[in-house]
Design a protein around this ligand. Structure first.
Ligand SMILES: [Mn+2]
Length: 465
């Protein structure tokens, strides 16, 4: 059945929201603490300030009743919610907050007047319109052509929200914003290798530090990466180590095709290997050779600031700080990537322990509890995807953090990690939850064995064994 896409109505809704904002002199911008939320917040701040308002910004991990009550108490005459809020419209209304909500998550209702959400106009919020793209639509309604320079931020947010994954490239409203930015010379796109570090790192480091995906035989092995590239006939050094952007088109093509063959020959699934290449997005006004030139690297940089509780650093970068904030963000990102690579090395060296219905590793204090879930997810490509992987790490406050990951195909066969971890954790006096394919729990440190036994049985039951 064809969808009923109502772009005209969406634009008039954006204008309605913009008109309402213009009736005020100051506003609080409340946004989500991830790359999409940070770019959304930055677009809102820049657009509102250009429209003559003064702004403050607040970032939240999630919007709930308590945070809404705190916002009410702060006494702002206008609150602009970006990349969150649609699920709590009723509460926002009942607390009588004068709000404009710009979000792309499933809305709880459609009656509220100042509510700009793609789902209400037949556009998919999960892959056709990010929070940042919706905030950009609002910015255009506020000032028209003046705000096209904010399109790069919208695209960084969309890529950070992984909106391009489903179709292999940005589509829908995201694509319209991309083309607008391209026409004005702010953005471009090409097919290229998708590994991290093309702008900034020596080519061999791209392979050595690739964690998504893990490249079999290459990730974590400098010598192997260098000899692989030499084998492709690439001159690795000019005056200094060459970066990806320093290679010729021919050299790039050579590396890409050899890399895909190399990885498939060593067991990487062909689907994953093909995804090493795809559409990438360039920020034309950013300096070549910096993370900010590439939308994916930019969003990774922002996520690092959010992950280590320094969202204001990421926001400052979005607002244009290329000195202190950028250098701090780079430091945070470097630490994050080192932590991930160390975590992976731990799993590679120590291996996993097999149980009937899952495999697990206990990292103790060797992997931070805040990233052990990511490490578990990355490890799946090394330890196999046949059964869920469970990771254990000690937390700073004396408990055990459990993270679990599995594949969509396992979920279709009945595995639900959120339910399994929640049940197993409650048996030993802990709490757990999440999604069917990615879940977490916190349990008392003395209850590890009891938890693992309970989990084994629950997962067997889910598979009907
Ligand atoms: Mn989002």
């Amino acid at each position: 059945m064809p969808r009923d896409i109502k772009l005209d109505q969406m634009m008039s809704k954006a204008v309605e929201c913009a008109e309402h904002i213009k009736r005020h002199e100051r506003a609080l911008v409340v946004s989500h603490i991830d790359a999409d939320g940070l770019t959304s917040g930055a677009i809102a701040v820049l657009a509102l300030e250009r429209a003559g308002l003064t702004c403050e910004v607040m970032f939240l991990k999630q919007l709930d009743k308590e945070s809404l009550e705190r916002i009410t108490d702060s006494g702002y005459e206008l609150v602009v919610f970006t990349d969150l809020g649609s699920g709590l419209i009723d509460t926002i209304e009942s607390l009588d907050i004068n709000a404009v909500v710009v979000d792309h998550h499933i809305p709880s209702q459609s009656e509220y007047v100042y509510h700009l959400n793609p789902c209400l106009f037949g556009v998919e919020g999960s892959y056709e319109a990010s929070g940042s793209t919706m905030t950009y639509i609002l910015a255009r309604a506020l000032q028209g052509d003046l705000n096209v320079d904010l399109s790069p931020l919208a695209i960084v947010g969309a890529v950070g929200d992984l909106q391009q994954i489903k179709k292999g490239k940005l589509t829908g409203l995201n694509r319209i914003v991309l083309e607008q930015g391209k026409r004005k010379g702010y953005l471009s796109y090409i097919n290229d290798l998708k590994l991290f570090g093309k702008q900034t790192k020596p080519v061999f480091k791209l392979l050595q530090y690739s964690v998504d995906p893990v490249l079999p035989g290459l990730t974590g092995r400098e010598d192997a990466c260098i000899s692989f590239l030499r084998g492709c006939g690439i001159e690795l050094k000019g005056e200094r180590w060459k970066r990806w952007i320093d290679l010729t088109q021919n050299e790039k093509r050579k590396v890409v095709s050899s890399l895909i063959k190399y990885c498939i020959a060593r067991g990487l699934s062909p689907d994953v290997a093909q995804q090493l290449v795809g559409e990438v997005y360039i920020l034309e006004k950013e300096k070549e050779g910096t993370e900010l030139r590439d939308a994916s690297e930019y969003s990774t940089l922002l996520n690092a600031t959010a992950r280590y509780d320094e969202a204001e650093v990421g926001l400052a970068v979005c607002l244009g700080d290329r000195e202190r904030a950028l250098s701090r963000a780079r430091t945070l990102l470097g630490e994050h990537r080192r932590n991930l690579v160390d975590g992976l090395s731990f799993v590679m060296e120590n291996g996993v322990i097999k149980r009937e219905s899952y495999v697990y590793f206990d990292a103790g204090s060797r992997i931070k509890d805040t990233i052990v879930g990511i490490v578990a997810g990355m490890s799946m490509s090394m330890v196999g995807r046949e059964v869920p992987i469970i990771a254990i790490a000690e937390t700073d406050d004396g408990k055990l953090k459990i993270s679990a990951r599995t594949t969509q195909s396992k979920a279709r066969k009945g595995i639900n990690l959120a339910e399994a971890l929640s049940m197993a954790a409650s048996i030993v006096g802990g709490v757990g939850g999440g999604h069917p394919v990615a879940a977490g729990a916190t349990i008392p440190r003395t209850k590890k064995d009891e938890f693992l036994n309970a989990l084994e049985k629950i997962l067997c039951d889910q598979l009907g064994n």
